[in-house]
Design a protein around this ligand. Structure first.
Ligand code: SF4
Length: 416
């Protein structure tokens, strides 16, 4: 009863949390195995961001039970929070943990292998987590939940209210990551910039303290709402800190009508100003360009061809990001957008996704071209890919060079 397999769907927060369950269970003598090899216990960390994610989670659970009828199957994650009864009804599921029950997962699994009654659940408000296993980069969870109510999103219902532990509780985790020899931290949360709600602190205070952690040489912010990324913060980030010129910012739509209907907290003018400000503060002639990864939802209810083209043109002509993360709108029960009668047909969404994918390819190519010949620093990873090794520059360009074990985990100068 000690072979355990972990299956994670969805976001980096889920990966950080799974990695923490895994670390704790390995300390208790469990053996982690790939799920395809069969196991005594499975822990499935689900996602509910789209209908497709729900279905994928259900299919995996059914498959695990079919292939391992005797195994215990524990399920957690956002889908588990929203549709607990639906998951409990699937054959083979041992126990389902909602958002406030995550601190019970490891004790429950330990009880189960001792043959004890295991699913009487308590509650906890914040489950601290960070990922490890990869020797170069760790995802550190600093915040959970969201108090915004964007009209398409179920995450606030799945993960609950915005909350965090104090900075004083997060710094030791960053130090533990540094002690593992990991050089780069990706700061992760549901609404990361909203950090501090429950402790009377701010995200800016957090990043300033993290910057002083010895051994960590680079930080990225996994995603931050544009209204929470302040000019004061940008000024500080660009003043020679460990924070890299890499920003992942959700735009969702480049059309003010749609932004308003989505319940977002900015308009395109404010978004464009923010991007311009970051570029002005960060980029110098002959130096690296800032990497902007921008999230966009395609086919929100009421998005006509004209309104979609506003988004397309805004991205192509004004923002010009290095990458676009494109999500076709998914109708999620319980959200205001799901009730609307003016839903966009799937075939139209598919066409628009394709247009943005083509735009993304050309913008990304332009970004790489603009960085050619620039001096940068790469943190090389350990995987040997047919004699090559890879790593990311500060501005998130993936670089490949002949494999050299001496360079693993080292920050190395390169000319792109
Ligand atoms: S900010 Fe909006 S999209 Fe992001 S998790 Fe909160 S409600 Fe969802």
């Amino acid at each position: 009863m000690r072979r355990i397999a972990f299956i994670t769907l969805g976001c980096k927060l889920n990966y950080a949390e799974t990695s923490t369950y895994e670390r704790e269970l390995l300390k208790e003598g469990f053996e982690a195995v790939p799920w395809s090899k069969g196991a005594d216990i499975f822990l499935v960390n689900t996602c509910t961001v789209t209908e497709h994610s729900d279905k994928k989670s259900r299919n995996i659970i059914r498959k695990l039970h079919r292939q391992n009828p005797e195994a215990l199957i524990f399920v957690t994650g956002c889908y588990a929070q929203l549709k607990k009864a639906e998951i409990e009804a699937i054959d083979g599921v041992t126990c389902v943990f909602g958002a406030t029950e995550k601190s019970r997962i490891v004790p429950t699994i330990l009880s189960s292998v001792r043959g004890e009654e295991c699913c009487g659940l308590g509650t906890s408000t914040f489950f601290p987590a960070y990922s490890s296993g990869e020797r170069t980069r760790s995802f550190l969870k600093v915040q959970d939940g969201c108090d915004y109510k964007c009209h398409y999103c179920t995450v606030p219902y799945a993960r609950g209210e915005s909350r965090n532990i104090p900075i004083a509780g997060i710094i030791p985790q960053a130090e533990a990551i540094a002690a593992e020899g990991i050089k780069e931290i990706v700061i992760t949360g549901v609404n990361t910039g909203d950090f501090g709600k429950t402790t009377g602190e701010t995200f800016f205070e957090l990043i300033r303290e993290l910057n002083d952690v010895e051994g960590i040489e680079r930080y990225r912010i996994s995603s931050i709402e544009p209204n929470l990324l302040t000019e004061e913060m940008i000024d500080w980030i660009t003043s020679g800190t460990k924070f890299l010129p890499h920003y992942h910012i959700p735009l969702q739509s480049g059309c003010d009508t749609i932004l308003k209907e989505m319940g977002r907290r900015y308009d395109t003018a404010a978004f464009a100003d923010k991007i311009r400000y970051i570029r002005e503060k960060t980029e110098v002639p002959g130096g690296p360009k800032v990497f902007f990864g921008i999230d966009v939802i395609v086919g929100f209810p009421g998005e006509t061809d004209e309104l979609f083209m506003e988004t397309y043109n805004f991205l192509r002509d004004v923002i010009r990001p290095a990458f676009i993360h494109i999500f076709p709108y998914s109708r999620r029960a319980g959200t205001p957008a799901a009730e609307r009668k003016d839903q966009v047909q799937d075939c139209i969404k598919t066409k628009r996704v394709q247009m943005l994918e083509d735009l993304c390819v050309s913008l990304h190519k332009g970004f790489i071209e603009a960085n050619k010949g620039v001096a940068e620093k790469v943190l090389f990873e350990s995987t040997d890919k047919k004699g090559q090794m890879e790593g990311y520059t500060g501005n998130y360009i993936r670089v490949s060079r002949p494999y050299d074990p001496e360079l693993i985990g080292k920050i190395t100068d390169v000319i792109i």
